[in-house]
Ligand binder design. Structure first.
Ligand code: SF4
Ligand code: SF4
Ligand code: SF4
Ligand code: FES
Length: 362
């Protein structure tokens, strides 16, 4: 059999989808609800292509090839429809790729990640993160009035997380051999200026979705990730104190910010987050500490990959859809607890989820 994709003639084997053939031929077609090895389902329509012989637009992840097909996989109409498909997903997507504290940080330090590491007692990893991010001998926080704390979402509930002092404390634990070398400090300030520009631009340039208004009724959900009844501490004197204060962070960022297919497709197609949301997906968080899994409903695009990935496995609680239409939602079975999801399954869910809806909690 022979087909054409974007005017390229390809010899093909029968029983393949257009997406498979294109990918084997090195032709890129974006896909969100599709993952190799999991039964295709066609819910997102991001992989749409045009059959030039019938003038039909078809999802390439499920459409099977036919001899003599002539496929347009990158024309104007196809790109237009892909953009519309992504916009439709974003119209109810209610989440932020980057947290407000990180967006305003002149150095773009990954504050929520630092808070997660400290909260989980991962001291070595927290120091490693600081070493990686603070690649000059001076931390930007020492000259910063604390823009991060001013932007901290926790401030809307009580008081901001003591981000600046946490960062200064962690930094004070990094040994720098060339710190006192005056020749180095000249270079360092230039390096630092460059780093500030580079990191901040990196964070700001990429696509970012938004939460919108922080509704009062949703506070309970936001606080689910925080330690209950914790005392607020401004002076950070040790890693335990840092961890306690960090556990007040609500993790407004997205844990999948650097590994999200929705974000990548939005960047690829130059789609902006729609300013008016058609439906505000409820902020709903479910946590299984034993499986180290968190589900965040507002980031879910209802692609069903998580459901399909484990549907044959009925012996342990698996994720499923409940409700219908706009209010349909991924859930544990109604007779089970989210906490009881197995670690093995959690790893599969995290691997298949194309967004930050199912991620590692810690
Ligand atoms: S799921 Fe993707 S697009 Fe949504 S907030 Fe996370 S990184 Fe951004
Ligand atoms: S609550 Fe945490 S993630 Fe949100 S803005 Fe404050 S420090 Fe950043
Ligand atoms: S949780 Fe992830 S994999 Fe499951 S339906 Fe939502 S976006 Fe898809
Ligand atoms: S990847 Fe084909 S419809 Fe979603």
């Amino acid at each position: 059999m022979k087909i054409k994709i974007d005017n390229k003639e390809i010899d093909v084997r029968a029983n393949q989808t257009i997406l498979n053939v294109a990918s084997e031929a090195g032709i890129h077609i974006p896909a969100l609800c599709h993952k190799e090895g999991i039964e295709p389902y066609s819910s997102c329509m991001v992989c749409v292509v045009k059959d030039k012989k019938t003038n039909n637009f078809i999802p390439s992840c499920t459409a099977m090839i036919q001899d003599g097909m002539d496929i347009d996989a990158s024309g104007e109409e196809v790109v237009y429809l892909r953009k519309k498909a992504v916009e439709l997903l974003l119209i109810e997507h209610r989440a932020e790729c980057e947290a407000p504290c990180r967006i305003v940080c002149p150095a773009g330090y990954n504050i929520p990640l630092m808070n997660r590491l400290l909260q989980a007692g991962k001291t070595e990893e927290a120091i490693e993160l600081a070493v990686k991010e603070i690649s000059t001998p001076r931390i930007v926080c020492s000259d910063c009035p604390g823009y991060c704390e001013n932007a901290c979402r926790r401030k809307k509930i009580d008081e901001p997380v003591s981000i600046r002092n946490i960062m200064l404390f962690v930094y004070s634990n990094i040994r720098r051999e060339n710190e006192s070398d005056p020749d180095n400090s000249q270079d360092a300030s230039m390096q630092e200026e460059n780093l500030t520009k580079k990191v901040t631009n990196h964070v700001r340039k990429r696509f970012s979705s938004r939460i919108g208004k922080l509704e009062q009724v949703e506070q309970k959900e936001w606080l689910k990730e925080c330690l209950e009844d914790s005392t607020r501490i401004r002076e950070i004197t040790g890693f335990t104190v840092a961890g306690n204060e960090a556990s007040n962070c609500m993790h407004c960022d997205c844990r999948a910010a650097n590994d999200c297919r929705l974000r990548d497709v939005a960047v690829e197609l130059n789609v902006k987050d729609p300013s008016g949301k058609l439906v505000n997906a409820p902020i709903l968080k479910k946590i299984s500490r034993s499986a180290d899994l968190i589900f965040e409903n507002a980031k879910c695009i209802k692609c069903g990959l998580c459901v399909r990935a484990c549907e044959d496995n009925k012996d342990q609680p698996s994720l499923c859809f409940i409700n219908r239409g706009f209010i349909s939602i991924i859930s544990e079975p109604l007779t089970e607890e989210f906490e009881n999801i197995q670690k093995k399954k959690a790893d599969i869910y995290i691997d298949v989820c194309p967004t930050g809806a199912l991620t590692r909690f810690s």
